[in-house]
Ligand binder design. Structure first.
Ligand SMILES: N[C@@H](CCC(=O)N[C@@H](CS)C(=O)NCC(=O)O)C(=O)O
Length: 213
């Protein structure tokens, strides 16, 4: 059984969403950050940085959301959600995953870190402006590469779509403006039933745990 550790609307969402797209059986372990669950001895043994998402699958313990997605599709996708290795589409997919993780997501994370995630004495209010500048610049490049219809690589969905979909939802929560093709892509992706079922499952578990504490 695959176990996902995290909170419902964090980077763990890209994993729960993919797990639902793949129709896998999985369980969710909600981490209550307010209670310090991510600093517990048990969790630090899985990820010494105390960060989520983490998955366990048998003997495998894996951190880093993009690596987890690649693992899941390779192991359980049966050829779906990732292009065949060594093809032009695979090259493009690698480019998208790197770009989303290092260019598009990072400024959003800078906003989050300097608003709530870092210890208060480390937060710099002026980082909001810098991060917005960086996000807009990355979004403009992504816009150039994004097709008018379908998914990032054409008619077939890959996990880069889930990765960018969750990142664009995050941008929306952070009140960032998106260019038109990215807005349309976000809207097409956010209606996928697998996203709704991932949120329903993880939020119900989080609610039940919080009600007991
Ligand atoms: N590169 C990591 C980043 C993981 C990460 O920073 N997760 C955040 C939540 S979305 C976290 O756990 N933050 C807690 C902390 O920074 O202590 C990944 O993609 O999985």
């Amino acid at each position: 059984m695959i176990t996902l550790y995290g909170t419902p609307r964090s980077r763990a969402l890209r994993i729960s969403w993919l797990l639902e797209e793949l129709n896998l059986e999985w369980e969710f372990k909600f981490l209550n950050f307010a209670k310090g669950d991510n600093r517990s001895v048990e969790f630090l043994a899985l990820n010494p940085s105390g960060k989520m998402p983490v998955i366990t699958d048998g003997d495998i313990v894996l951190t880093e959301s993009a690596a987890i997605m690649q693992y899941l599709v390779e192991r359980y996708g049966g050829g779906a959600f990732v292009p065949a290795a060594g093809t032009a589409d695979a090259a493009k997919h690698h480019r998208w995953v790197s770009f989303i993780m290092t260019e598009l997501e990072q400024p959003l994370w800078s906003m989050g870190k300097h608003k709530f995630a870092l210890p208060e004495e480390q937060r710099l209010p002026e980082m909001q402006k810098v991060a917005k500048f960086e996000f807009d610049r990355a979004a403009a490049i992504a816009e150039q590469w994004t097709p008018e219809d379908g998914f990032l690589l054409g008619e077939t969905i890959t996990y880069s779509d889930i990765l960018i979909g969750q990142t664009l939802l995050w941008a929306t929560v952070f009140e960032q403006d998106l260019p038109p093709k990215l807005t349309a892509l976000r809207d097409r992706l956010q209606h996928r039933p697998a996203l709704a079922s991932a949120l329903q499952k993880t939020e119900a578990i989080a609610k039940a745990v919080l009600a007991q504490e």
